[in-house]
Design a protein around this ligand. Structure first.
Ligand code: GLN
Length: 480
């Protein structure tokens, strides 16, 4: 029995309930696919014996009827290597955490397990989630399953490919500036980042704490929605967890028509691939034809978005990563008799080039002489962007953007760091303002490489985001 590529969790649960399938079959099937797709390098570690054991236990519980099955019964999930799972290794794709094993599980992981999800493995990512193509991992690059000489995107590249290659139903990633949405777009999947503070960051390795959020990659909206609902909510271990409920005051139009805006400056951006531009506009026409209101808005702060994001995230990263000193976690260079010498050697050898670049940049923008010119200024710009964004979402149900300016690039393309940063032009807005955002498949270019459409709604309005996304998916399906 092989699970169909288009099976939702509801379909899997139906098959489990009527005896067509067992959790054991399910896990065997995924393990086989992991083996078959090994060359893609998506997995760092496969929890084969453990997931088989857990599947057997869940099957026994179901057969005995001793308790109702959890909401995620039958959901086989992989975890990005930045999310803690008690008793399992955790390295953020970095040498500096070599050998480190987590003593506790992330709150999000505990909640998934409590609803009977099965965790099948730990997947590859850019080192400390810094990157856009999964080329900065100490475990080597991940290959895009559809075009193995291309990157899968990043930093949650392993997560995207794990789902793309049908080795799990869903993957839990993290998104600081696009890391679940951009790889989802490069791999023809759905990537969802909730509002900042919706899902506890307890047990998520920190990159930039005021931007980081756990997110999900999958194929089906309803699966993402359900697992998001399981993971979200207050947590005593994360003081930045949101306490507000869904925004109750703004209703959808009573006739179901949506008020949508798209950012004109994004569409005239010089680096935007013409096929993406074309498909985006075609999509807008389809929405209008269905009776939805589509308006363009302008965003004069657009050019500040990348510098603002990189100044602030580098600053936060330089502070967060100071804890990796060779004493407390993971890797340590032996043979130093002086403490400072040991710190220096450990950090020099333990971190990769991209991470070091960001620590240096972050330390620079926080230094006494430059703090006001860079860090403080970027904070002010972030505030202005947030005010502008809140103005849009008080008027429109959603703001639409392409997910990426181009489709996936070739592995080892030798792009400069700045070129790679600039490719985040559409993805970082959601993290700068704390809004929920999602990438859904939009089309394919002439080389059949996929690209996505991004939907953003007001902070904490995930409900509207799922509503808009499912509407758009229906319109897309009707067109096929
Ligand atoms: N590409 C962005 C960066 O390198 C986003 C990464 C992320 O979301 N973790 O910072």
């Amino acid at each position: 029995m092989v699970v169909g590529r288009d099976w939702t969790l509801a379909r899997i649960q139906e098959a489990l309930s009527n005896g067509e399938l067992t959790c054991e079959n399910l896990v065997e099937d995924y393990l086989l696919k992991i083996e078959e797709s090994k060359d893609l390098n998506a997995y760092i570690e496969v929890f084969a014996a453990e997931s088989r054991r857990r599947a057997r236990i869940l099957d026994e519980i179901f057969q005995s009827g001793e308790r109702p099955m959890g909401r995620l019964w039958g959901a086989v999930i992989s975890l990005k290597d930045v999310i803690a799972y008690a008793g399992h290794k955790l390295t953020a794709g970095s040498k500096i955490l070599e050998g480190y094993e987590s003593l506790f599980s992330a709150t999000a992981v505990e909640r998934l397990i409590a609803e009977d999800a099965i965790i099948i493995g730990r997947v590859n990512c850019d080192e400390f989630a810094m990157g856009s193509d999964n080329e900065t991992s100490v475990y080597g690059p991940v290959r895009n399953a559809q075009a193995p000489d291309h990157v899968p995107g990043g930093s949650s590249g392993g997560s995207a490919v794990a789902v793309q290659a049908n080795t799990c139903l869903l993957s839990v990633g993290s998104d600081t500036g696009g890391s679940v949405r951009q790889p989802a777009s490069f791999c023809d999947l759905i990537g969802f980042k909730p509002s900042y503070g919706r899902i506890s960051r307890h047990g998520l390795i920190a990159y930039a704490s005021s931007f980081d959020q756990i997110g999900l990659i999958g194929r089906e909206l309803e699966d993402l929605k359900l697992s998001y609902e399981v993971m979200q909510g207050q947590d005593e271990y994360d003081g930045t967890c949101a306490t507000s409920e869904m925004l109750p005051n703004r209703k959808m139009n009573s006739n179901g028509s949506m008020r949508l805006a798209y950012i004109e400056d994004a569409m005239t951006h010089a680096g935007l691939q013409p096929e993406i531009q074309h498909a985006f506009h075609k999509n807008l026409e389809d929405l209008e034809a269905e009776g939805h209101q589509v308006e363009k808005i302008s965003f004069d702060l657009m050019e500040y978005i990348i510098p603002c994001y990189y100044v602030l995230t580098a600053a936060e990263a330089s502070s967060n990563l100071s804890r990796y000193d060779g004493i407390r976690y993971g890797y340590r260079v032996e043979g130093s008799s002086q403490l400072d010498d040991m710190y220096t050697k450990t950090r020099t050898r333990g971190f990769g080039t991209e991470v070091k670049r960001r620590i240096l940049l972050g330390t620079f923008v926080l230094s006494v002489g430059y703090y006001d010119a860079y860090f403080a200024k970027a904070q002010k710009i972030r505030r202005l962007i947030k005010e502008q964004f809140d103005g849009w979402t008080s008027q429109y149900d959603a703001v639409l953007l392409p997910m990426t300016p181009t489709t996936a690039w070739k592995l080892g393309s030798g792009k400069s760091p700045v070129e790679i940063y600039l490719a985040d032009i559409y993805s970082v807005l959601a993290n700068l303002v704390g809004a929920p955002a999602m990438s859904i498949p939009l089309g394919k270019d002439r080389d059949q490489l996929p690209f996505g459409l991004q939907i953003l709604t007001a902070e904490f309005d995930e409900e509207r985001l799922f509503f808009v996304a499912s509407h758009m998916r229906k319109i897309q399906q009707n067109r096929l």
